[in-house]
Design a protein around this ligand. Sequence first.
Ligand SMILES: NC(=O)c1ccc[n+]([C@@H]2O[C@H](COP(=O)([O-])OP(=O)(O)OC[C@H]3O[C@@H](n4cnc5c(N)ncnc54)[C@H](O)[C@@H]3O)[C@@H](O)[C@H]2O)c1
Length: 261
Amino acid sequence: MSLFSTPFDPATDTALVTGAGNGIGRAIAQALIGEGVRTVFADVSAERVSAAIAASSRPELAVPWVGDLARLEACDELLAAAQAALGEVSHFVHSASPPRREADHALAVDRKIWQEMHAVNLDAGFHLARAIAKRLIAAKRPGSFLFLTSLHTGTPRNLPHYSTAKAAMAMLVKELAKTFGRHDIRVNALVPGAIAAGGFVADASLAMHIPLGRLGEAEDLAPMALAVLSNKLSGYVTGAAFVVDGGLSLTNWFEPPMLEE
Ligand SMILES: NC(=O)c1ccc[n+]([C@@H]2O[C@H](COP(=O)([O-])OP(=O)(O)OC[C@H]3O[C@@H](n4cnc5c(N)ncnc54)[C@H](O)[C@@H]3O)[C@@H](O)[C@H]2O)c1
């Protein structure tokens, strides 16, 4: 039997991807659709959700949802919509994140931007994952969750709201993996390098610091995301972090931020 021909079971597997309107989340949601998995495309931008679904290989398998995941009530609305459309969600991907702006360094970032970064990345991720897990546990069904973290869970990025949110997410992955493991729910992290998607304004000159010689594309992340999400391909993997960065972390450096005197 071929391992790779059927990584998912379209009859039982269902997915919810946040941040599915753009970049990495979009590429993962579209790849899940390509495997025949019914998938909720969740994002704050209606325009992006429509475009992402229209560009997917089988739009009829996609469920659009639009809302602001910085609001906890919106997370509940998303869960209700996903359950109404799909029943249980077995595969959860948390990719939504507000954009990173170099101007938001430690001396400048305001409270609203700080809170929104934590609310979307960490609070929404925890709230959604726990609610989905509780339902899977009650139904005695397996699950697989994937959180998009960052190389800057461990090294500063000059964006303290971002690096602290991602560092907390990295620990959340381990906490949830440890607690949910007995219930056959796996939780892992995908760690992108410099990906020219949307949330990161990539400076092309960064390529010279990347051993594989180029910035990444959102589509470079999707195959690894699917491999880690698939219970067939990585059924004994949980609490792990998979770096997909072309080798950037071997040389990763950022100068201190340029501050006005
Ligand atoms: N691009 C990179 O180089 C890179 C590097 C490391 C980590 N990451 C992480 O990967 C994930 C995806 O990154 P990307 O570059 O593809 O981002 P992106 O900005 O292209 O996409 C993020 C999506 O999240 C949505 N979003 C933002 N705020 C939201 C909210 N309040 N509610 C619902 N949706 C919201 C946006 O509309 C957007 O479509 C993020 O978590 C990011 O931190 C990206």
